[in-house]
Write a new protein. Sequence first.
Length: 136
Amino acid sequence: MAEKGDLQVQETEKQEIMEGDAERIRAGLAFVPRVDIYETADDIVLIADLPGVDADAIDITLEKSIITINAHVVPEEMQDYCLSYAEYRVGDYQRSFTLSDQIDQDAIEATVKDGVLRLHLPKAHPKTKKIAIQAE
């Protein structure tokens, strides 16, 4: 575990989703994408590594305060040679997060570039409302 000031960063290996962890409707491997989450005054930013994934192969859904990322990888077809050794396994990515009521769910934005997904989760800033008092 790496430390920087008061922040602790945990480094982990690529984790495969096992049977029973989630219901899968596609055959093949699925992995838990690694994410970094940081908070600013106005929003929470989630950065997920999705190597090999195109923007049109990412599906993000929000239901009952649970945001789910599904990303599908199309494996490259090897031509004119045979793979002798591989340390990297190719598969889809799947991960879910429960959002608090402090997130403005109608203003969530997502961008992807070079296999890195960025979710901007803006904080809801409830306005103070003055309650009028009526004499009876």
